[in-house]
Design a protein around this ligand. Structure first.
Ligand SMILES: [Zn+2]
Length: 304
C-alpha cells in the first residue's frame, strides 16, 4: 500500500511536470493533447491483461446551465449507446475500499467517475489523489452527505459548496463540475441553483443498491441483472462499501464477458469553486502556511 501511494504521487508529479513544460512549447503541448486523446486501453497497452475491459469511448460534457444525466430522474440527454456503461462510485475516499476499487479498475485498464464526500476527502486526501492520478474523473457529493431536501436552501447550498471546495482542496486542483445528490434527493430550487453554477447533475440508470447488500456475489448479480434489463446505463455503486470493493474484480470480468463497453465521462472544464469556502478548508488541511506543494517535494526518504 505504501509503495502504491508513492508511485501514484510520483506519476502525478511527473504528469504535472510534463504539463508545465508543455505550456512553453507548442510541440510538446500538441503531444500531451494527443497522448490524452489516444485510446485508453488496447490489448497492447494493458500490462498483464491481454483482454481488458478498457475504455471504448470518452465523452466530454459541457456543464453550462447544469444539465442532468441518469434516466432515474433526467431524460433530456440519452448519450449512451446500447451496451455502453458508465461506472460511478460514491461516498469515498475510504482506506482499504477505495484503493481496492482502484486496483480492480487498473487491472482492467478501465476508468470510472467518482463522487467523494467532502469530509472524507479532507480526512483522506492522499487516497483521493490516487483516484486522480489513476486518470479517473472526480466530481463531488456534498460536505457531509445529509439529505439536502430536508435543509433550508441556504444550508443546502452550503453543503453543496463546501463539498465542492473540500474536493478541490484535498486534490490540490479543481475537480470536474459534476455533482450527485445524497440519496439522489434533489429539489427544483437546488437544480436551478446548480444551473447557475454550471454544475452538471448525475442521477443513475442502474442503482446497484450495493449499500444494502453484504455479499459481493449479490452486488455482482444486482448490477448484471439490472444492466441486462436496461441494456446500458450509468451504474451507481459505492467505493465506500467493502462488499463492492470485493465484488469489483469479478464484476468487471462479467461486464467484459457480456460485451458491455465502458464509457469514460470527462468535463469540458474544471468546476469554479468559491473562495469563501476554499479558504477555511485550505487552512484546515494545510495549517496556517497555505502550503500546497506535493508531499514528495517537501519530505522525501533519502535513506532506509
Ligand atoms: Zn452517497
Amino acid at each position: 500500500m505504501r509503495v502504491a501511494t508513492v508511485c501514484a504521487l510520483a506519476i502525478s508529479m511527473a504528469l504535472a511536470a510534463s504539463a508545465a513544460s508543455a505550456q512553453n512549447d507548442p510541440a510538446k503541448a500538441l503531444a500531451v493533447a494527443a497522448a490524452t486523446a489516444a485510446p485508453v486501453a488496447t490489448q497492447a497497452t494493458c500490462p498483464g491483461n491481454p483482454n481488458p475491459l478498457g475504455v471504448a469511448r470518452v465523452v466530454e460534457i459541457d456543464t453550462t446551465g447544469g444539465p442532468g444525466f441518469g434516466f432515474e430522474h433526467f431524460k433530456a440527454y440519452d448519450f449512451l449507446r446500447e451496451g455502453e456503461v458508465v461506472l460511478t462510485f460514491d461516498d469515498g475516499p475510504w482506506p482499504g475500499n477505495t484503493p481496492a476499487v482502484l486496483k480492480a479498475l487498473a487491472a482492467q485498464c478501465t476508468k470510472a467517475l467518482f463522487f467523494p464526500i467532502g469530509k472524507h476527502a479532507m480526512w483522506h486526501p492522499e487516497i483521493l489523489k490516487q483516484v486522480a492520478a489513476a486518470g479517473h474523473t472526480i466530481g463531488s457529493h456534498t460536505w457531509s452527505h445529509v439529505d439536502l431536501s430536508k435543509l433550508t436552501s441556504d444550508q443546502a447550498k452550503e453543503e453543496i459548496e463546501k463539498g465542492v471546495s473540500a474536493v478541490r482542496v484535498a486534490l490540490g486542483q479543481p475537480e470536474a463540475p459534476f455533482f450527485r445528490f445524497p440519496a439522489l434527493r434533489h429539489s427544483p430550487e437546488l437544480l436551478a441553483y446548480l444551473g447557475t453554477r454550471n454544475i452538471g447533475i448525475f442521477s443513475t440508470d442502474v442503482d446497484s443498491f450495493d449499500f444494502k447488500i453484504h455479499e459481493p456475489e449479490k452486488v455482482i448479480a444486482s448490477v448484471m441483472s439490472k444492466l441486462k434489463k436496461n441494456g446500458k446505463g450509468i451504474v451507481l455503486m459505492h467505493d465506500f462499501q467493502h462488499p463492492t470493493s470485493l465484488a469489483l474484480p469479478e464484476l468487471l470480468v462479467q461486464l467484459k464477458a457480456n460485451g458491455y463497453k465502458i464509457v469514460q465521462v470527462k468535463a469540458k472544464g474544471p468546476v469554479e469553486t468559491l473562495a469563501e469556502y476554499d479558504e477555511p478548508l485550505q487552512k484546515e488541511l494545510g495549517g496556517e502556511t497555505a502550503n500546497s506543494r506535493p508531499i514528495l517535494s517537501v519530505v522525501r526518504t533519502i535513506s532506509e
